[in-house]
Design a protein around this ligand. Sequence first.
Ligand code: GRF
Length: 207
Amino acid sequence: MNIAVFASGRGSNFQAILNAIHQGTLPATVTLCLSNNAGAGAFEIARLHNIPAVHLSAKQFPNETAYIEAMRELLHRQSVQLIALAGYLKKVPPAIVHSYRNRILNIHPALLPSFGGAGMYGHRVHEAVLAAGVKVSGATVHLVDEEYDRGPIVLQRTVEVEQNDTPDTLAAKVLKIEHEIYPEALKAFAEGRVTIHERIAWIHSHS
Ligand code: GRF
């Protein structure tokens, strides 16, 4: 399975995906790393692993159509079968979501459908979790549709929220499990073990 990783920032989930591939647990190849941010840490990771890295931003194009066509052409050229958003802060254009229906995944650092949606990223998520006083948080891998953080949920894992947690300590606990469940979810896709019916996705243990 050829994966494109879209990342805007440091890229630790990208690194976790590569680790799983190198350890032989994830039968996939990352054929493209795309970022809207020329300074993304993810580009450094891509460079170290000889993975084609492309800075693509709507600002580079005269209009939305040209931007979408460039993205589509890139995905086609790199034979991308699945897109993994890993800290990608831009909305994937609806035309691409349409073409890659049920083949775009995202990881969110909370238990969706709570604590998601536009503007809910980074520390804001963990601040909101602490402010709500919930006793568990976690990470969610979900399919991407036209709305932020709303597509079918594929995999979730929880962490305990403790009394002395700060947004930083909670973020660190959640990130640790993100690095486990993202490769696991991708593996299920690579092995054809995911079924999606309307808004419900299930991972099976055998294909
Ligand atoms: C992660 O917390 C992820 O859940 C969110 O953005 C962050 C990206 O971190 N979508 P990294 O760039 O993978 O280290």
